[in-house]
Structure formats: structure tokens, C-alpha cells
Design a protein around this ligand. Structure first.
Ligand code: FMN
Ligand code: SF4
Length: 518
């Protein structure tokens, strides 16, 4: 049997040099006259080990990483094609602690095989959920998703089954499934990883959503910064169509469902569902007032399910293994698993899928391994640019929607950014206001004007001008933005600002004191 070498081809691994490694391996194979099959898989998500090259041996897969092109010759000399030892040797991939500790439900297949091999997808349990769904009544599918406790992974944590029920119960000759793949939050890459590493699971989830709600057409709205995801999804849709997974008779059933890929134009606010719908319709990406809910009047005025990539990609396993199986994971009202994306100044950056309930400290210290710089962790921002900064004192907070909300935080899309003790939280608070000012769609005053006034006020604080008055002004402004904004861009910007002020008051002292303290 000819050797089989797996080299990730997803954009994260490419950014870390996977293409150069692939080129070096090909050249070495040619030079040594060895015939081998190179498979371009996705990433398993341990990005601190990427590019992670794997070889299939008689005793299973053996991984090496992070591999540099300069390592390639010595890898061959060490007999890596049969799993030989080398300084980059990691052993069996599923025994690598970062991967072994995970509970992979949604990401069960991600990074293992060629993402565009439908046979490989099926060989690892793919399409079983859809097969079950085509034999069920729509209301039963919706019930199963509701019973699983799945909540939207895009940020708001709204129960997926309830959203689907609204669309199912709304009569219309046309309904849509829209997948939100705008993934604009800082530190997040779960959607990209799935689209590039296991695209069929998203197609399967969207098709199930269509059958469950009576929608026959779906769109995936992918951010323009994800060209590899766009290319992979386009190819996967074509393959799924040819194989009869999509089309007029899904898996040979009377159900019809087809989908298309659409590319965004680079606005954070277009991740907000109504703004996304406007953008998808070819209009300016401005937020729409609700009601009407998109589930009743969404894309082109028709009932529309809008779900995040991970919400939809979690549905196949629910339809395969059952609601009770999924619901068994997690804590409180946060059921199932969540792909936590660990980034920023952290030693072990990557995606960690686990049941809800791990504490923030376990995630940052034990799994993330602390900061990459080796300095103490000062703050962790959870939930993207609109998420709160948590100090070490809150590291006992379990990863759970309600537990984070109790402490004035949010989980969002489960991205966490780690900062060491050199971070200046006043600058971070200013950045939050600046981000809001730049990304504001401009529809409502608290966000459009408030964010700019916020920057000016924080600048006055930094300059030591009337600190007490300006601190009170920022607090007042944050309240206005929180309660007066039309959407969560203006409404949540107070989280990073107020958490910085509350947990790191020393960083907001007048400038001379701050300089003296340094
Ligand atoms: C400013 C802003 C940006 C957002 N960006 C995203 C995004 O990039 N991806 C996403 O899935 N949801 C995003 N959301 C949340 C969506 O509005 C919506 O709640 C989500 O797509 C619903 O899907 P879910 O129920 O599966 O989470 C954003 C919300 C706001 C206010
Ligand atoms: S809060 Fe900001 S982004 Fe949201 S509708 Fe208002 S102006 Fe637009």
C-alpha cells in the first residue's frame, strides 16, 4: 500500500506555512523516488501545532507538528512514513492532550479527511441525521431539535427549535434557510473551520432545517475575508447536488432543497441578522427594526430561518443520535457542546469543543496553557469585540450563557482573547468605542453618535481631564447605548467598556498617576 500523508489545507494552517511544507514534502518524495498519496485535510483545530502533518501507519495515524519546511528532510530520514520518532513527533492525533480532552460532536469529523470526499464523510457517520429526517414529519424534526436544548451559537443563544417552529407555523409559498457565516467576532474561527474542514455537515444541517420548516432554498452568507471557505463550500454544494443530497429529491425522498453561497462585503454589522438579510437582498447593510421577526418576514419578506454555522452544523448529530443524547452534555440551560476558540496572547491557541460548564480558568490556564509571553494573564475578553473583559477574579465562572450573564458578560460565538499584564484596559475600552464608531450602521443615535462621544470622553480620561466627571459621563453614555440602541452593536459595546472600568479601575486613573504607576 502506498503511504498516505495528510497535510492540512485550511486557511489557518496555510497561514502557518502548510503550503510550503506540502511543497517540501512533494519535492522530498520525488527526490527519494517514493510514491505517496497526499491528502489535504482540514485542521483538527490545535493551531499551536499546525502545520500538523499526519501519516497513516499500520498502527493508525501518527502526527508531527508544528512542521517547518526545514524539518522535512530529517522527517524522511527518521522514517516518518512509518511513524518514526523525530523532534516533531506527537504520536496518535487523538491522544494529543489538547485533542484528547475534547468532546467532539459538531467537530467529530473536522480535520480528519479530505473535506470534499463525500464517501469519507459518510464513512464517519455523515448523512445519518438527514436520512432519519427525511423519514420524519417536519413537526417531529422541530420537536427533536427543541428537545435537544440546542441554542443559537451565533451569539444570542436563542433556542433553535423555537425559531424553526415559528417558520414551520408561518404559512407561505416560499421560505428560506439562511446560514450566517459572517463570523466577525475577534478570536473566532469555528465557522471557518467547519466550512473548510467538514462542509457537508453544514449542508446536511441546512437541508434538515429546510425539510423541518418547509423551506426549499438556502443561502450561506460568508464573509469576504474567507475565500477558502467560499471555494470549499461552493465545491461541496456541487458535489452534494450531484450525489442527490441536494436537489428536488433529497436522498431520494419527496423533499426538495437546494442552496447557494453568497459573499459579504466586509461589514461587521452584516453579521447582525436583519442587516445580513438586507445585504443578501443587494441592499445596504443597515439593521431593520424588529418586529417583524425574520422568522415571519425575513429574506425577500418571506419566513426565514437564520442560524449560525455551528447551530446548523450541530443539527445532524442531534438527528442521528437523538435529542436526549445531545441534551445529556452541558449544564443548566446550556445544553450540548460548544466549540471554544482560544486566541490572543495564549500558548495553546485553537478550537476546543467541550460540553458547557468548564470554568474560564480551566480554559485559559489548563487548556490554553496561559499566555504565550509567559507573563501573568490580566484579562480575557469573552464573546468577541462586544464581550466583557473578565479578570482572574472571575475565572471560576462556568462557560454557560446564564452564568456569564450573571456576571455582566456574554459567551457570544465562544471566542476568547487572552491578554497579559501589559494590556492597558483604558486603551481596550477606547478600542471598543472606536470599533463601534467604525462599524455602526448609522441607523440609531445612541450607537452612531454615542460611540464617537465615548472615544472623546475616554481620551479626556486618558489625559487626566476631570476624571471623576468623565468617568461618570462614560457610565451614563454606556447606559444610554445599552438601553437605547436598536441592535446589539451599540447595545453591547458597553460590556467591554464598563467591564474594563469595573475590574481594572487602576488603568483609568489620571494620566500622571498611571505614568507613575508604570
Ligand atoms: C453586530 C452584530 C454582529 C453579529 N455577527 C454575527 C456573526 O458574525 N455570525 C452570527 O452567526 N451571528 C452574528 N450575530 C447574531 C445574529 O444577529 C443572529 O442572532 C444569529 O445569526 C442567529 O443565529 P443563531 O440563533 O443560530 O445564533 C451578530 C449580531 C450583531 C448584533
Ligand atoms: S445599534 Fe448601531 S449598528 Fe445597531 S442599528 Fe443602531 S446604529 Fe445600527
Amino acid at each position: 500500500m502506498i503511504p498516505r500523508i495528510y497535510i492540512p489545507g485550511d486557511s489557518g494552517s496555510l497561514a502557518l506555512g502548510a503550503e510550503k511544507v506540502a511543497k517540501a514534502i512533494r519535492a522530498e518524495l520525488a527526490e527519494r523516488g517514493i510514491e505517496a498519496k497526499i491528502v489535504r485535510n482540514g485542521s483538527r483545530g490545535a493551531y499551536f501545532l499546525e502545520p500538523m502533518v499526519e501519516v497513516a501507519t499500520a498502527n493508525g495515524r501518527v502526527a508531527y507538528g508544528p512542521v517547518k519546511p526545514a524539518d522535512v528532510k530529517s522527517l524522511f530520514d527518521s522514517g516518518f512514513l512509518t511513524g518514526g520518532h523525530h523532534k516533531r513527533w506527537l504520536g496518535a492525533p487523538d491522544k494529543i492532550p489538547f485533542l484528547a480532552k475534547q468532546t467532539r460532536l459538531t467537530f467529530a469529523r473536522c480535520g480528519i479527511n479530505d473535506p470534499l470526499s463525500l464517501d469519507a464523510y459518510k464513512s464517519l457517520g455523515g448523512l445519518k441525521g438527514l436520512q432519519n429526517a427525511v423519514a420524519m414529519a417536519p413537526a417531529d424534526i422541530v420537536k427533536q431539535v427543541t428537545d435537544s436544548g440546542l441554542r443559537g451559537r451565533g451569539g444570542a443563544g436563542f433556542p433553535t427549535g423555537i425559531k424553526w417552529k415559528t417558520v414551520l407555523d408561518t404559512t407561505s409559498e416560499r421560505k428560506y434557510i439562511v446560514c450566517n457565516a459572517d463570523e466577525g467576532d475577534s478570536a473566532t474561527f469555528a465557522d471557518r473551520m467547519i466550512m473548510e474542514g467538514d462542509p457537508f455537515v453544514l449542508i446536511e444541517g441546512m437541508t434538515i432545517a429546510g425539510i423541518a420548516t418547509g423551506a426549499t432554498k438556502g443561502f450561506v452568507y460568508i464573509r469576504s475575508e474567507y475565500p477558502h471557505a467560499v471555494a470549499t463550500m461552493n465545491k461541496a454544494v456541487e458535489i452534494a447536488r450531484k450525489a442527490g443530497v441536494l436537489g428536488v429529491n433529497v436522498l431520494g425522498s419527496p423533499n426538495a432543497f437546494d442552496m447557494e453561497i453568497r459573499v459579504g462585503a466586509g461589514a461587521y454589522v452584516c453579521g447582525e441578522e436583519t442587516s445580513l438579510l438586507n445585504s443578501l437582498e443587494g441592499k445596504r447593510g443597515v439593521v431593520r427594526a424588529k418586529p417583524p421577526l425574520p422568522a415571519i418576514q425575513g429574506l425577500f419578506g418571506k419566513p426565514t430561518v437564520i442560524n449560525n454555522v455551528i447551530s446548523l452544523a450541530s443539527v445532524p448529530i442531534i438527528m442521528d443520535k437523538g435529542a436526549a443524547f445531545y441534551k445529556d452534555f452541558g449544564m443548566g440551560r446550556s445544553r450540548g457542546t460548544i466549540p471554544i476558540q482560544i486566541a490572543g496572547n495564549v500558548r495553546n491557541g485553537g478550537l476546543f469543543e467541550t460540553a458547557f460548564g468548564l470554568t474560564l480558568g480551566e480554559i485559559v490556564d489548563d487548556i490554553g496553557g496561559g499566555t504565550a509571553t509567559g507573563r501573568p494573564v490580566k484579562a480575557v475578553q469573552v464573546g468577541g469585540p462586544l464581550g466583557a473583559y473578565f479578570p482572574r477574579a472571575l475565572f471560576d465562572t462556568p462557560f454557560d450563557y446564564e452564568e456569564f450573564a450573571k456576571r455582566d458578560g456574554l459567551i457570544g460565538h465562544a471566542g476568547i482573547t487572552v491578554f497579559d499584564d501589559t494590556a492597558d484596559m483604558l486603551k481596550q475600552a477606547r478600542f471598543a468605542m472606536e470599533f463601534c464608531a467604525i462599524e455602526s450602521c448609522g441607523k440609531c443615535t445612541p450607537c452612531r453618535i454615542g460611540s464617537t462621544r465615548g472615544i472623546e470622553t475616554i481620551d479626556r480620561l486618558a489625559a487626566g481631564i476631570e476624571p471623576e466627571k468623565n468617568l461618570a459621563l462614560v457610565t451614563d453614555l454606556c447606559n444610554t447605548m445599552k438601553f437605547g440602541s436598536l441592535c446589539a452593536l451599540g447595545g453591547f459595546t458597553p460590556y467591554p467598556v464598563m467591564s474594563s472600568i469595573t475590574h481594572f479601575p487602576e488603568d483609568f486613573k489620571p494620566a500622571p498617576a498611571r505614568v507613575a504607576a508604570e
